[in-house]
Design a protein around this ligand. Structure first.
Ligand code: CA
Length: 229
């Protein structure tokens, strides 16, 4: 049974969400405060988190960021204001979905199911075969070191392949250029973190429909990059 954590200070809303999710067979826990919610999210195992934005104790922005540093589970953020949703998107905190209140509980249930199914496919396929990574239209064969994008093979240099694979293996985790440089290049190698930027650009040209609007490798301004799932 999948476990869902709802972090929501409006008890009536939290209870309604819980009722609907439980009717669909989920196990649900509610936290009505931000800081407590974060602690619960970090200390227990959940399959998905429904996270309100405005909360006492700690706001949803900070909670989302902190959870994402540790966990890849789906996060659905909810807010009463449409403007906030745009802000959340812009910040690139790693939420998987956004809903504006008020929404129908059945819409929430539908989205929860969709995100859990997607996450299961991702994690499940990794467990079945550690050498193949499949994320949306991209298929990385680690053994053969081949990459297919929508069924078409693309040629990657060694470091491009290593960098793409590393990011794809840690979906939604934001890495700084320094971290990526340390991870992919030898400490002694000639070059600097600008090398990372150049390689990201080349990878995007091969995997993205539009390099200017990347759907896979996102730039998190002032921080680094993440492979978005
Ligand atoms: Ca609230």
């Amino acid at each position: 049974m999948s476990r869902i954590l709802i972090i929501e200070d409006e008890e009536a809303i939290a209870d309604l969400e819980k009722d609907y999710l439980e009717l669909s067979g989920f196990e649900v826990k509610i936290s009505n405060k931000g800081d407590e919610g974060l602690q619960t999210a970090m200390s227990q195992e959940f399959d998905l988190i429904v996270l309100d934005l405005m909360l006492p104790g700690m706001d949803g922005f900070e909670i989302c960021k902190r959870i994402r540093e540790e966990k890849n589970i789906p996060i659905i953020m909810v807010s009463a204001k449409k403007d906030d949703i745009d802000k959340i998107r812009g910040l690139g905190l790693g939420a998987d979905d956004y809903m504006t209140k008020p929404f129908s509980p059945s819409e929430l249930v539908a989205r929860v199911k969709a995100h859990l199914a997607r996450y299961d496919r991702l994690v499940g396929s990794n467990q079945k075969n550690n050498d193949i990574i499949e994320i949306r239209g991209i298929r990385i064969d680690k053994t053969a070191r081949r990459v297919m994008v929508d069924g078409v093979e693309k040629a990657f240099t060694g470091k491009e392949f290593d960098l793409l694979t590393f990011l794809a293996e840690h979906p939604n985790h934001v890495y700084t250029k320094e971290e990526l440089f340390r991870e992919i290049w030898d400490m002694d190698s000639i070059g600097d973190i600008a090398t990372v930027t150049v390689h990201i650009k080349k990878i995007r040209e091969k995997i993205e429909y539009d390099s200017a609007k990347p759907q896979y490798i996102e730039t998190i301004w002032g921080v680094g990059y993440r492979f978005k799932v």
